[in-house]
Design a protein around this ligand. Structure first.
Ligand SMILES: C[S@@+](CC[C@H](N)C(=O)[O-])C[C@H]1O[C@@H](n2cnc3c(N)ncnc32)[C@H](O)[C@@H]1O
Length: 316
């Protein structure tokens, strides 16, 4: 049974549990433990979970929330880049499953003091991890060209170059002191182009800036390179992405890994002798059910992809 904390039900919870098949004696790593919603559901089946997060405050809350599971839950303050080191230090060479629920959590988005929100004023921060440089430092050091590229590449922001110039002018003139002023500047610089979307005109730019501050592209690349190596035979890696840039990277990495084995897609045991053999239980991304989207509109863009390591006929 889930406790009342946090207010939001984790995204695609039933789908995640169904694909990872947790249970007693099985071990999982939740690399985005956040407030521990997914981890709690895995632990409730009797499984053991290591929860990793780069957000120390979230990790502390998750640890309190999950303390009733005793030694079956352990926590690590680390980013995806550090996954291999953390697993090695804990003696977790291979596990039955890894879960990544990517992006920013409600605990971060809904806290104005973290600077992720354009709805309420907050500092120009956006860090998931205090070890990183805040948005204000990035903006102080960026040129119009680089900022324009970031806005376009990570957010496909309309009139990206013009928006970049308006942001940097505002920062230098001291008129952009918080996220509300930043959002207003972005909306004004986009003009009619920003109003054509059904979202707030600053949504895409805020996404792009958050990806920059947290180096999310490189972080995801590290995760996709490292996590599959830690799957036990028949183990699964489940990744939930929230925007097309992320989902495309997951799809490409999973397809490349699956292509390295000549066995038929459905086979769960590798007979071709490949050193590492993976399959895609489903070639398409799984989307949230309509009732979940109705309950939690933020889940609308979630896409779940799963990679499974095959057992080897030679070693079975
Ligand atoms: C969407 S929330 C996860 C919510 C969680 N599944 C739950 O049920 O409460 C994403 C979490 O992943 C963390 N995160 C994002 N990128 C990360 C990275 N590169 N390394 C470690 N943690 C990361 C964030 O700090 C955030 O807490």
């Amino acid at each position: 049974m889930l406790t009342e904390l946090p207010a939001h039900r984790p995204v695609m919870l039933d789908e995640v549990v169904a694909t990872l098949s947790p249970g007693p004696g099985r071990t999982f790593v939740d690399v985005t433990v956040g407030l521990g919603g997914h981890a709690e559901a895995l632990l409730a089946t009797g499984a053991t979970v290591m929860g990793l997060d780069r957000d120390a405050a979230a990790l502390a809350q998750a640890t309190r929330r999950l303390s009733r599971f005793g030694a079956r839950f352990s926590a690590a303050h680390a980013s995806f880049r550090e996954l291999g080191t953390v697993l090695a230090a804990r003696g977790l060479v291979s596990v039955d499953g890894l879960l990544a629920d990517l992006g920013v959590g409600s605990h971060q988005l809904d806290a104005p003091s973290r600077g992720f929100s354009f709805q309420r004023p907050g500092p120009l921060d956006m860090r998931m991890d205090e070890r990183l440089a805040p948005l204000s430092e990035h903006l102080a050091a960026m040129t119009e060209v680089t900022l324009g590229e970031v806005l376009w590449r990570f957010g496909e922001v309309p009139r990206a170059r013009r928006v970049a110039r308006a942001i940097l002018d505002g920062v230098r003139a001291g008129t952009i002191g918080d996220t509300a002023a930043l959002a207003e500047t972005i909306a004004r610089a986009q003009g009619g182009a920003g109003r054509r979307s059904r979202h707030h005109p600053a949504t895409r730019a805020f996404q792009a800036l958050r990806i920059l501050v947290n180096d999310e592209t490189q972080e995801l690349a590290s995760l996709l390179a490292e996590a599959p190596r830690h799957l036990a035979p028949r183990g699964r890696l489940a990744v939930i992405a929230f925007h097309s840039l992320e989902d495309r990277a997951v799809k490409r990495a999973f397809r490349q890994l699956a292509a390295a084995c000549a066995c038929p897609g459905r086979a769960e045991v590798c007979t071709c002798g490949a050193a590492w053999s993976f399959r895609l239980p489903s070639r398409r991304a799984v989307k949230p059910a309509d009732d979940e989207i109705a309950r939690n509109p933020r889940s609308r863009s979630a896409r779940l992809r799963v990679l499974q390591r095959r057992a080897s006929a030679a070693r079975e």
